[in-house]
Design a protein around this ligand. Structure first.
Ligand code: TXA
Ligand code: MG
Length: 320
């Protein structure tokens, strides 16, 4: 039985106790809900992979309550220090070399000599991480390959009885996962567009590689098909057919059938926060009505649009 815990002091204390005992707890962050486990406990980390059905070569992010704690397990360089000052707490994940004393179980990093670390910008998540007082490994709290969760109800849809508890802190504000930046090499490489925009990162540290060439190979988890609803997704659709549901972006969508509006006023922040809820809802409605697929209106490739388009492309990719 999965415990549904309110994000009050007692709920947070209970969630911390479960994590310290090696159990799995899902908790809200500003991006998506995470499926947390004690990152120093190899058995707990193995249970995360099992609960998600996640391939073991896809490494996990370790979460910390502050920069000082995060940089105890990795070796930061000058760029990492400035990015931490600028963007932490916040939706940025940095991949850095593990320290010799790194407490995080090797299985969490899929055996790599680098580790992904992040300090989330969410009051309840930070309180939980401080109470656990150990790094917490947390991938998104969905079955591997499926749509990421932005509410406690989404988590229960996919992981009920596979997780000891869900700490319900309400809907996630950002709605897409953190930006993953590899800082372990000579130049920073963007491995996954996310909640901190490329524009904001480049304003802070100068131009970076967008990972389009070697980045895809370097981030083991960036499989093509991911974030996939059951119904097929058709990209850059100007209109939807009668037997398709429409993921709309912008005013006055012309479609008589099922519509989910990401943002009438074409606000990318609003659209990101609604994306995964929209995919889930259209999938459910479309399935119920026997529709053929989901048609997605084009979204500009700027700001949070990069993260939105990355998720939509993976949702539309051939299923492997
Ligand atoms: O917003 C987020 O980042 C959420 C919340 C829960 O914090 N977490 C999340 O985790 O999205 P996950 O496991 O779904 O995505 C982690 C990504 C994967 O693409 C993985 O391959 C990459 O980070 N990653 C983790 N460790 C890495 C490493 N050492 N080198 C390269 N990529 C790494
Ligand atoms: Mg994920």
């Amino acid at each position: 039985m999965t415990e549904l815990l309110p994000a009050d002091p007692e709920g947070i204390a209970r969630a911390a106790e479960l994590l310290r005992d090696g159990a799995l707890v899902s908790f809200g962050t500003e991006t998506v809900y995470g499926l947390g486990g004690d990152a120093t406990n190899a058995a707990a980390v193995a249970a995360i992979f099992a609960a998600k059905g996640r391939p073991k070569f896809n490494p996990l992010i370790s979460h910390y309550p502050d920069t000082i704690k995060a940089f105890e397990d990795v070796t930061p360089n000058a760029i990492a220090h400035s990015l931490a000052r600028e963007f932490w707490p916040g939706p940025l994940t940095m991949v850095l070399p593990r320290t010799a004393e790194c407490r995080v179980a090797m299985i969490a990093g899929a055996g790599l000599d680098t580790l992904a670390v992040r300090v989330p910008a969410h009051r309840d998540a930070l309180a939980l991480l401080a109470a656990v007082n150990r790094p917490v490994a947390a991938p998104s709290a969905n079955r591997s390959g499926q749509v990421s969760p932005t509410t406690a109800a989404h988590v229960l849809d996919g992981l009920r009885d596979r997780v000891a508890a869900v700490l319900d802190s309400g809907p996630c504000a950002v709605g897409v996962e953190s930006t993953v930046l590899d800082l372990s090499g000579a130049r920073p490489i963007l491995l996954r567009p996310g909640g901190v925009t490329l524009e904001a990162i480049e304003a802070a540290i100068g131009p970076i590689d967008d990972g389009a060439t070697d980045g895809a190979m370097r981030s083991p988890g960036q499989m093509a098909s991911h974030y996939a609803p059951s119904l097929p997704v058709r990209l850059n659709a100007e209109t939807a057919a009668d037997d398709e549901a429409l993921l709309a972006f912008g005013p006055a969508p012309r479609h008589a059938g099922t519509i989910f509006q990401l943002s009438e006023v074409m606000d990318l922040i609003e659209a990101a926060s609604r994306l995964f809820d929209g995919l889930r809802w259209l999938d459910m409605e479309g399935g119920r009505l026997g529709l053929r697929g989901i048609a997605a209106k084009p979204v500009p490739e700027t700001g949070l649009g990069r993260a939105i388009n990355d998720r939509l492309r993976r949702a539309a990719a051939p299923r492997g």
